[in-house]
Design a protein around this ligand. Structure first.
Ligand code: BGC
Length: 263
């Protein structure tokens, strides 16, 4: 197995994506798999899906996992779009023990941000760069001169009397049957608020709806430039793999299943 290859997983509120990633090029080396997230999305239900993926890809190396929660030292601290029973679970230890493989877990939006900073719209962007993923929720990844400030959770800012993600995520657009104009105006209000409180140099919009950027870009009136993500659907998978590789290289890996194959 080549050292560069890492299995990337992106666990979302509605789908679980996976692929083997070449962490040097940021490219997928297998086709991206997508499986619906089981409901309820309990640890027991999700690990069954992951085991199936690992088996299908015949994978026996390092795994990077993007997870839709605040992840502090491997532990899930929140559960907005995933079953509550994940709270306080050490995702890295749980997956590692079940799979008998080394697993590194990070927040899913942070994973997508790592991809955009290294291979997408954030390449060579200095200063404050913010990636927002517009999906089931709104995830955020904040970078200062390319360095990640993890677990920012801007989608949970209280905005217009509710969590911002309930007001202008892509799921809110679909649930409330908003036209791109109506939704784009909502998104713009939120982006202006973000701009007022943190003055980013660039905002990158990710998530599936970033592919439709042309449908709503005219409603975005921020002073900073707002651009769609380049890496689209695979950003979470790639970033999770990159994070795992970096983590391993920095020798911070601490579960019992050391990644001997890579040495
Ligand atoms: C969660 C974040 C996550 C985002 C996107 C939010 O509800 O709190 O941790 O990054 O959804 O999945």
């Amino acid at each position: 197995m080549t050292k560069e290859l890492v299995l990337g997983l992106d666990i979302g509120g509605t789908g679980i994506k996976a692929a083997i990633v070449n962490t040097s090029t940021g490219k997928l080396v297998t086709e991206r798999m997508k499986v619906p997230t089981p409901q309820p999305s309990t640890p027991k239900a999700i690990i069954q899906i992951i085991k199936g993926i690992v088996q299908k890809l015949n994978w026996s190396g390092l795994i990077g996992c993007g997870f839709p929660s605040v992840i502090k030292d491997g532990v899930a601290c929140t559960a907005a779009n995933i079953d509550d029973s994940w709270i306080s679970v050490n995702v890295e230890e749980f997956f590692s023990n079940e799979l008998k493989l080394p697993v590194v877990a990070i927040n899913d939006a942070d994973a997508a941000g790592i991809t955009e900073i290294n291979f997408g719209a954030g390449v060579n962007k200095k200063g404050t760069v913010l990636l927002l993923t517009l999906g089931t929720g709104i995830g955020s990844a904040l970078f200062i001169d390319g360095i990640l400030v993890p677990n920012t959770e801007l989608g949970h800012l209280i905005f217009k009397g509710t969590a911002a993600e309930k007001y202008c995520s892509n799921a809110a657009r679909i649930a409330k049957e908003l036209t791109y104009e109506k939704w784009g105006k909502r998104l713009n209000k939120f982006l202006l608020h973000i701009e007022r409180v943190m003055t980013p140099h660039y905002i990158i919009l990710g998530g599936g709806v970033s592919k439709k950027f042309n449908n709503y870009k005219e409603y975005i009136k921020t002073s900073c430039s707002v651009v769609p993500a380049i890496t689209k659907n695979e950003a979470g998978v790639i970033g999770a793999a990159l994070a795992a590789k970096t983590f391993y290289q920095e020798k911070k890996f601490k579960t019992q299943f050391e990644y001997k194959q890579a040495i």
